[in-house]
Design a protein around this ligand. Structure first.
Ligand code: NAI
Length: 255
């Protein structure tokens, strides 16, 4: 059990990117428990994605998977096309897929910077644009973008990651203003350090410094982030949030 309100998303359909691992898998599970039908997308396919599908399907609602690279425009078009054929309307999109690499600006290869922006920011634009037309037509939609506290406070060795995540926050605020009054909302979740394979790619020195700075003195678990994504997707809990950045971050950023 994920501890989320039962039936909070009954009758809703959600697409979660990066659903094969970590925070995306935890959000998918929480959405399944809350009653949503799901499309799980990831560039990692079988058997990993299918294992998450099976765990979600155990809650009794339809779950489909699509292997896709969300930084690619044709792949995103294929993904949303497939989701609509298999599930009908997509009411909630969680743009969660992401990577983390580390390099000082001085030594950073241009390709490393471009890859980061492409996967962690361009994908959010591509998936939001693909999701919007049916949401606007239906008068309901929830776009939830996974940013990071690093996008709010910066991080040495993480300038490219911080730039992408700050970009996600700015993109989300702008989209929230553009679609205001249509029934569609756009929000960010900016987690602090969370124990996932991605978090494990940071150097020991980075991790030690980070833990010492956290007011809660501990990193989080993916299932401690997921309920925030349920809240933002649900009615009436999510109704009044748009353009916001919610921070399950162990107190590291206090805006
Ligand atoms: P993870 O590595 O456990 O999962 C990321 C998933 O995204 C993987 O399944 C991967 O295959 C998928 N993915 C990566 N690039 C993709 C692409 N181009 N197309 C489709 N799928 C792709 O990582 P985690 O920690 O669960 O991260 C999820 C999100 O949360 C990311 O956006 C990350 O930046 C963000 N985040 C993570 C934090 C942490 O400490 N773990 C803290 C703050 C934000």
């Amino acid at each position: 059990m994920t501890g989320v309100p039962i039936a909070a998303l009954d009758g809703r359909t959600a697409l979660v990117t990066g659903a094969a691992s970590g925070i995306g898998a935890a959000i998918a599970l929480a959405y399944a428990e809350a009653g949503a039908r799901l499309c799980l997308a990831d560039r990692t396919g079988e058997p990993v994605l299918d294992a998450v599908r099976k765990r979600c399907a155990a809650f009794g609602h339809e779950v489909v998977t699509v292997q896709a690279d969300v930084s690619s425009e044709p792949e995103v078009e294929r993904l949303f096309g497939a989701a609509r054929v298999m599930l009908g309307a997509v009411d909630v999109v969680v743009n969660n897929a992401g990577i983390l690499t580390e390099s000082p600006v001085l030594d950073m290869p241009t390709a490393l910077f471009d890859e980061m922006l492409s996967i962690n920011l361009r994908s959010v634009f591509l998936c939001s644009r693909a999701a919007l037309p049916p949401m606007l037509a239906a008068g309901f939609g929830r776009i939830i973008n996974i940013a990071s506290q690093v996008g709010q406070r910066g991080g040495a060795g993480l300038a490219h990651y911080a730039a992408a995540k700050a970009g996600v926050i700015g993109f989300t605020k702008s989209l929230a203003r553009e679609v205001g009054g249509t029934g569609v909302t756009a929000n960010c979740i900016a987690p602090g350090p969370i124990n996932t394979p991605l978090g494990g790619t940071l150097s020991d020195e980075w991790t030690r410094t980070l833990m010492a700075e956290l007011p809660l003195k501990r990193s989080g678990e993916p299932h401690e982030v997921a309920p925030t994504a349920v809240l933002l997707a649900s009615e009436p809990g999510g109704n009044l949030y748009t353009g916001q950045t919610l921070g399950p971050n162990s107190g590291h950023v206090m805006p």
